[in-house]
Design a protein around this ligand. Structure first.
Ligand code: SAM
Length: 241
């Protein structure tokens, strides 16, 4: 049996003094689009660390998050009034209106799901014309999709855990071809400018040098090809804002 994803202890610790490099990089990507950003949604927001940083970068934007783990929602909402976390499911964001957000982020979350399509479709639905959807995580360059279930060695009695499903760029391109609101998409490799050491938990990722000195991510399961998928949401007039 595969359990629900629940890593509350990993995401409920004290907030780091510095924002994650990924969060800074993602906010730079949003700034680079030049869109007038009045509203941001982070799906799979944990306790809202990304949103609190995004609120400091885009002070005129409302910053909301959606998170499935009620404990994380409660901890996050107790931290600061500048952001608002909602309890909900990325695959069915019933409480959120169509075309409500200029920028929608889904970071490190789609590989939890057995199928990427419902969460991607929901992100597209709630994104405004002229806006962007930023999806960061694992993508396969090869035309193969894989479902990965893991457990710690010798804990044979545990349920299998999700979190590292690997969807191919080919499947994603085929899905996006059927999304009339997404006229363009790009993939871009996420590169860390410093080494990440292995931690005691072999599920947490670290970096290793590649053949040409590049820094590759992996964890105790497999190499991790971390990329950013940016979806451009077509504007009603056909021109981007
Ligand atoms: C790997 S963590 C990433 C957290 C954060 N986005 C980050 O980058 O640090 C995945 C998050 O998605 C949440 N999650 C899992 N299933 C979800 C679902 N169906 N809908 C919304 N959030 C979900 C988890 O509880 C967790 O907070």
């Amino acid at each position: 049996m595969v359990s629900d994803y629940k890593r509350t202890e990993v995401y409920s610790g004290p907030e780091a003094a510095q924002p994650k490099h990924m969060f800074v990089w993602l906010c730079n990507k949003l700034a680079d689009t030049g869109i007038a950003c009045g509203s941001i949604l982070d799906v799979g927001a944990a306790t809202g660390d990304f949103l609190r940083y995004a609120a400091s970068r885009f002070p005129n934007a409302t910053c909301e998050g959606l998170e499935y783990d009620r404990e994380l929602v409660q901890i996050g909402n107790a931290k600061a009034a500048a952001i608002k976390l909602h309890h909900g499911d990325a695959n069915s964001m019933d409480a959120l209106n169509d075309q409500a957000f200029d920028a929608v982020f889904l970071t490190g979350t789609h590989s939890i799901f057995e199928d990427f399509r419902p969460s991607f479709a929901e992100c597209i639905r709630v994104a405004r014309p002229g806006g962007r959807v930023f999806i960061t995580g694992l993508f396969n360059d090869y035309p193969v999709d894989a479902r990965i279930h893991w457990r710690y060695a010798e804990r044979f009695e545990d349920d299998w855990h999700p979190g590292y499903n690997l969807f191919s760029k080919a499947s994603i391109a085929a899905f996006l071809a059927g999304q009339p609101r997404v006229p363009a998409h790009t993939f871009e490799k996420f590169v860390l400018p410093f080494d990440l050491e292995p931690q005691q938990d072999p599920i947490r990722s670290w970096t290793e040098p590649g053949d040409t000195g590049e820094r590759n991510f992996r964890n105790g399961i497999m190499p991790l090809n971390l990329e950013l998928l940016t979806l451009t949401i077509g504007s009603d007039s056909g021109a981007e804002r």
